[in-house]
Design a protein around this ligand. Structure first.
Ligand code: NAD
Length: 432
């Protein structure tokens, strides 16, 4: 099939490359020329394990192209995927749909023969109706169909998630379009992915409801962890005990920092705003958002307490700053709020992240990027394990100590408190 991906970010690039790998002809479009030049030169603009190999292989075999020319890309494709960002509109908390609508208008100008327009961007319920209106205004006749196909891939595991999704959700009531998309996804359906067809609005809402539910699960266990800390109970054991109930399930029951990333914070906010517009109070999700905001402060207070309320002039190392491992994505990670607080309080912060230096910290005082974990931990008072990258999971802390013994705050519960105590470390974790 001839496919065009509009927006070559985490979603557009991963799914475009993987569609090409299934034998389709894919053209990835982005308005960011730098990004497209980079891709055409064989470099990958994001950190995503396994992606480079797939992109290079398919680019070389000419099944995958990169361009800034949206007009030609739309004209020559049958299936157009909208994969542009839908960030939070500051102050309003709703989803900023300007990129989606701009893409729709550009698609509309280039419809000569029948096209299926598939919205993969996460958009509030009823956005498909608006996309259809915009395209109708530009296109000469109704020679297109707008479908919702929300994306569920997780950064860091995106290739695996594309190849082995739990479900593929399609929102349309057009049977021909369903057949076409079923055949596009057939290789994944054959491997066990559930192909679920619903209304367009239904598909849009499934995406938001799923993310809001997962965010709720995280916030729920985070609050239980707070109670565990007061009662001497181990939250890991509570999570295991709860998760053994198949109605609950153990996944997403891991206490840690506030949830972050490019999806949960913005999607929970946008969902409550949409619900308000439809005069529905999603009070549970509103509480989740509040609880998550509070969590950022709570962990900062905990850091102060660990350092006996004296942060000034303390040297602190942060291991990992991304919101999760195997990605370079900093969107809504809790590390910027922690680091900027510590910097304001005149602490000296070293940070190390396997995905490299971050522009977010370049202007902060006393914040230093270290190229190695060893350097980051040299002569510090406290080491904070913020992101659970593999390389932080089996550290030899004795070797990392230089002259000074540091305290350890493990925000990901990677080590056993009992064992750490036995070894003589001053070790703190979450909910234990
Ligand atoms: P991103 O910011 O990484 O990429 C979006 C890209 O779209 C950018 O490169 C931008 O330059 C480009 N763009 C914007 N307007 C354009 C236009 N008119 N023409 C061409 N290119 C344009 O975003 P992302 O993380 O890939 O997310 C895209 C959508 O998918 C969002 O709605 C997001 O909520 C959703 N989503 C993201 C993830 C994830 O893990 N990142 C997972 C599931 C769903």
């Amino acid at each position: 099939m001839k496919i065009c991906m509009i927006g070559t970010g985490y979603v557009g690039l991963v799914s475009g490359a993987c569609f090409a790998d299934l034998g389709n002809l894919v053209v990835c479009v982005d308005k960011n020329k730098e990004k497209i030049d980079m891709l055409n030169e064989g470099h990958i603009p994001i950190y995503e394990p396994g992606l480079e190999e797939i992109v290079q292989k398919n680019h070389y075999s000419k099944r995958l192209k990169f361009t800034t020319d949206i007009n030609n890309a739309v004209k020559t494709s049958d299936l157009i995927f909208i994969c542009v960002g839908t960030p939070t509109l500051k102050r309003k908390n709703s989803a900023n749909l300007s990129f989606v609508f701009k893409a729709a208008s550009e698609i509309g100008k280039n419809i000569k023969k029948f096209k299926i327009i598939v919205c993969k961007s996460t958009v509030p319920v009823s956005t498909g109706d608006k996309i259809e209106k915009i395209i109708s205004k530009k296109a000469k006749r109704k020679n297109f169909e707008v479908v919702s196909n929300p994306e569920f891939l997780r950064e860091g595991e995106a290739i695996r998630d594309f190849r082995f999704p739990d479900r593929i959700v399609i929102g349309t009531n057009n049977k021909n379009v369903v057949r076409k998309l079923e055949s596009l996804y057939e290789p994944l359906i054959k491997k066990g992915a559930k192909f679920f067809v619903t209304s367009r609005r239904g598909a849009e809402l499934i995406k938001y409801a799923s993310n809001a539910f997962l965010a709720t699960k995280i916030s729920f266990i985070n609050e239980v962890a707070n109670l565990c800390e007061r009662t001497g109970v181990n939250v890991e054991e509570v999570a295991i005990g709860m998760g053994l109930d198949q109605r609950i399930g153990g996944r997403f029951l891991r206490a840690g920092p506030a949830y972050g990333g490019s999806c949960f914070p913005k999607d929970t906010k946008a969902l409550t705003v949409t619900a308000d517009l439809f005069k529905t109070d999603l009070s549970i999700i509103k509480s989740v958002i509040k609880s998550n905001d509070k969590r950022r402060l709570l962990l900062i207070r905990r850091i102060q307490k660990i350092l006996s309320n004296g942060v000034r002039n303390k040297r602190i190392a942060l291991l990992g700053v991304t919101f999760k491992p195997n990605t370079d994505d900093m969107r809504e990670s809790s590390s910027p709020s922690i680091i900027s607080f510590l910097s304001k309080k005149k602490a000296k912060i070293n940070y190390y992240d396997p995905s490299g230096e971050k522009k977010e910290f370049s202007k902060l005082r006393n914040v230093f990027y270290c190229k190695s974990l060893k350097n980051a931990c040299k002569n510090v008072d406290l080491v904070i394990i913020h992101t659970e990258w593999e390389e932080f999971k089996a550290l030899d802390f004795n070797k990392l100590y230089k002259k000074k013994k540091f305290k350890i705050y493990d925000m990901r519960n990677l080590y056993s408190p009992e064992l750490m105590k036995k070894k003589g470390f001053q070790y703190y974790s979450i909910g234990r």
